[in-house]
Design a protein around this ligand. Structure first.
Ligand SMILES: Cc1cc2nc3c(=O)[nH]c(=O)nc-3n(C[C@H](O)[C@H](O)[C@H](O)COP(=O)(O)OP(=O)(O)OC[C@H]3O[C@@H](n4cnc5c(N)ncnc54)[C@H](O)[C@@H]3O)c2cc1C
Length: 386
């Protein structure tokens, strides 16, 4: 008989896991208190990469994840939201060049593809790019981006066609646990859903939802100045041509191909994000993003920001993906990670495989939630989070 599986959380990860589980024969119900894709997945840069991601096992997971997208990339009809056309990065101040090349050298040691190209070659790829003549330019050919809403919609359609049932509008408020086994979830409106297993994919809410089952997976708090908070600007229409992601010393930009807008992420501006306070696109942070964009792209003169959003990254306390059976409660699986757009398709496959086949996936061995049985080690190295 097919296993009845509840997936809690219909962000990009829950949608992917639900779809893959149903494809393997589970009877899946996907539960979300809001609309699918309405959590962190609504506010994401969508850059697909394994760049600067440490330790090695996490880097490798991301490399495999981008390769999973490459299998779809040849078909613009199937995946019009997918763009694996590389990323251009440049720097012109000596300190910025040194910083860029520390990463370049580290990534080369791990055979992660990167090329040095001239500013003219970069301008041939992206004619509206205003790279200074003396700049050093690196091209990361395997990287790319997704339009987040496009991937969410695609996964939702696929999940639907695999027969995944969707329960939206009620939050999971508890777990029913018999002996040491999870046997369903309780919803805040009083309903109870029975299941043979439950997969928790609730992103930044992971710590509080798992606490309902007595399981401890600490997450970075979404307080001002925390690496969990991020600001993204969405431009109004501008007459700029840009096909790929570009990264200068102060700004990342990618096209939002479904709308003709651009998504702007300022380096070092995330500390201006206030939790639970919608930012004013015409305020300081918005004006600074536009000034930086004008500096690197022609066509942005006179441009406005249509929207400025605060995003809440789903970052486990030690910043590394959490994927595996919850310690102490049988049949309860947890998946939480930053870089969820890069990892979504690949993790969906790996996680569904582990759950249905009952075989531990070797590439997930370093990401088990049981590591939080002990306190988080002091002095976990600080790293940039994109
Ligand atoms: C500013 C920013 C930039 C980013 N840039 C990138 C990038 O360039 N590349 C990349 O790969 N990733 C990036 N990310 C990360 C990526 O967006 C996330 O990792 C991903 O969206 C997480 O998806 P998720 O499905 O885990 O969580 P979510 O999308 O948050 O989904 C979780 C769902 O759980 C539901 N939920 C919560 N609690 C309950 C409950 N009790 N009952 C029922 N439902 C519940 C919520 O309603 C929500 O829909 C970025 C994130 C931010 C904020």
């Amino acid at each position: 008989m097919a296993a009845r599986t509840i997936v809690v959380g219909a962000g990009v990860l829950g949608l992917s896991v639900a779809e893959r589980l149903a494809a393997r024969g589970d009877l899946v119900t996907l539960v979300d208190r809001g609309e699918p894709g309405g959590g962190t997945s609504r506010t994401s840069f969508g850059w697909l990469n394994a760049n600067s991601k440490v330790p090695r096992a996490y880097h490798q997971l991301n490399v495999e994840a981008v390769a999973a997208y490459r299998r779809l990339a040849g078909d613009p009809v199937v995946a019009p939201w997918l763009h694996l056309n590389g990323r251009i990065q440049w720097a012109d101040e000596p300190a910025d060049i040194d910083e860029m090349d520390v990463t370049v050298d580290a990534m080369r040691v791990w055979d992660y593809p990167v090329e040095s190209i001239s500013p003219d070659a970069a301008r041939r790829l992206e004619p509206d790019l205003l790279i200074p003549h003396g700049a050093e330019v690196r091209f990361w050919p395997t990287e790319g981006f997704v339009v987040p809403q496009g991937l969410v919609d695609w996964l939702r359609r696929r999940a639907n066609s695999q027969g995944v049932g969707l329960s939206i509008g009620s939050a999971v408020a508890g777990f029913s646990i018999e002996g040491a086994r999870v046997r369903g979830v309780a919803l805040d409106r009083g309903a109870h859903l029975a299941a043979d297993r439950v997969v928790v994919c609730v992103g930044r809410w992971t710590e509080e939802v798992l606490a309902l089952a007595g399981v401890h997976v600490p997450m970075q708090p979404a307080t001002r100045g925390s690496p969990a908070l991020g600001l993204l600007g969405y431009s109004a229409l501008v007459p700029t041509r840009l096909a790929r992601t570009i990264s200068g010393p102060t700004l990342n930009v990618r096209p939002d191909t479904s709308t003709g807008r651009y998504v702007l992420q300022g380096i070092g501006l995330d500390h201006l994000a206030e939790p639970d306070t919608p930012p004013d696109p015409d305020g300081d942070a918005g004006r600074e993003l536009l000034a930086r964009a004008r500096h690197v792209l022609s066509g942005f003169e006179g441009a406005r920001l249509a929207e400025l959003r605060v995003g809440y990254r789903a970052v486990p306390a030690d910043r590394i993906t959490v994927a595996g059976w919850a310690p102490g409660v049988d049949d309860l699986y947890v998946l939480a990670t930053h870089s969820g757009f890069t990892l979504a398709l690949h993790l969906g496959d790996l996680v569904a495989g582990e759950i249905v086949d009952g075989m531990a996936e070797p590439s997930l061995a370093d990401f088990r939630p049981s590591r939080f049985g002990a306190p988080v080690p002091a002095g976990v190295e600080a790293r940039a989070i994109h």
